[in-house]
Design a protein around this ligand. Structure first.
Ligand code: ATP
Length: 262
């Protein structure tokens, strides 16, 4: 495989899409360091396209899903945040901070699992301050049914016993498998049409680079205002994921309709 060496490339600060290009660079860096998969680069492109159409901002429906996600994670007995290469490349510090605030475990969970990749992700998370990272090497010794090896490997201390699992940027098969195990699944996915988005209990249709800092803010606010469990349960009583997905699709539709008007 020939990879073009672009070591000397720097994103011009005055470029109108500098932010988006910088995010791409983070993934390319992660790819070069061996923890982002080639397919992860392609998946990012798919996400970017949806973000573009959605106006690259947090919409009301995403904010609502973020609040419901935080409430669910705080109320959970055994919450786990699943981390893949793209998550580690895009929000390493933020995901560690969020896991600490929520007292949620971090587990490396890969579609393209290799020893090198899982070790590299563990290192990234530890550098970002994680004290314990599950799902690496021998510790991913349990399996979830209905998935082919090695996509079914999970940690017996983590996803296997979790009641709530947050799986950002996830593949549909595994989301469905987790739902069949009666786990509550929270996802972050810019494509409201993906199987993951459709199958999860809570779908945050937003870029992970905006979502995790926003979830940190929401969690801090809940902690600071000492919100009671009943107040969090109230947020969930009125939450309807089908409605959230419909609002996201409608927003895409409206945006495209506006652009096609002459
Ligand atoms: P599915 O199997 O769920 O139908 P898929 O085949 O697209 O979908 P993946 O490629 O594993 O599955 O999923 C990656 C998902 O993550 C895609 O839906 C993509 O739009 C989304 N995505 C990529 N980058 C981001 C990002 N930065 N923030 C949020 N979502 C993203």
């Amino acid at each position: 495989m020939v990879i073009v060496d672009d070591e000397d490339f720097h994103v011009p600060e005055d470029h109108p899409r500098a932010e988006s290009i910088k995010i791409r660079e983070q993934l390319i860096e992660g790819f070069k360091e061996g923890f982002v998969a080639v397919a992860g680069l392609i998946a990012h492109g798919r996400g970017e396209a949806f973000d573009y159409i959605l106006g690259e901002k947090t919409h009301h429906f995403a904010e609502k899903a973020e609040k419901a996600a935080v409430a669910t994670l705080i109320l959970a007995k055994n919450p786990v945040i699943s981390v893949n290469g793209n998550v580690a490349a895009l929000v390493p510090y933020e995901i560690v901070q969020l896991s600490k605030l929520l007292k949620a475990k971090l587990e490396v969970n890969l579609f393209y699992r290799t020893k090198k990749r899982e070790e590299a992700i563990k290192k990234v998370l530890e550098t970002a301050g994680a004290e314990k990272v599950l799902g690496v090497g021998e510790s991913a010794s349990a399996t979830i049914p209905e998935l082919s090896h090695p996509r079914r490997k999970v940690d017996p201390e983590g996803i296997l016993i979790a009641d709530v699992v947050m799986v950002p940027l996830e593949d549909g098969d595994r989301t469905i498998a987790l739902r069949k195990l009666e786990k509550q699944v929270i996802t972050i996915d810019l494509n409201p049409l993906s199987r993951t988005a459709q199958e999860a209990n809570i779908t945050i249709v937003n870029n992970i680079t905006r979502t995790i800092p926003e979830m940190i803010q929401i969690t801090q606010n809940i902690i600071n205002t000492k919100k009671k469990r009943e107040e969090l349960q109230k947020i969930l009583k009125t939450y309807n994921n089908k409605e959230i997905l419909s609002m996201a699709t409608k927003t895409i539709n409206e945006h495209l309709t506006k652009l096609t008007k002459t």
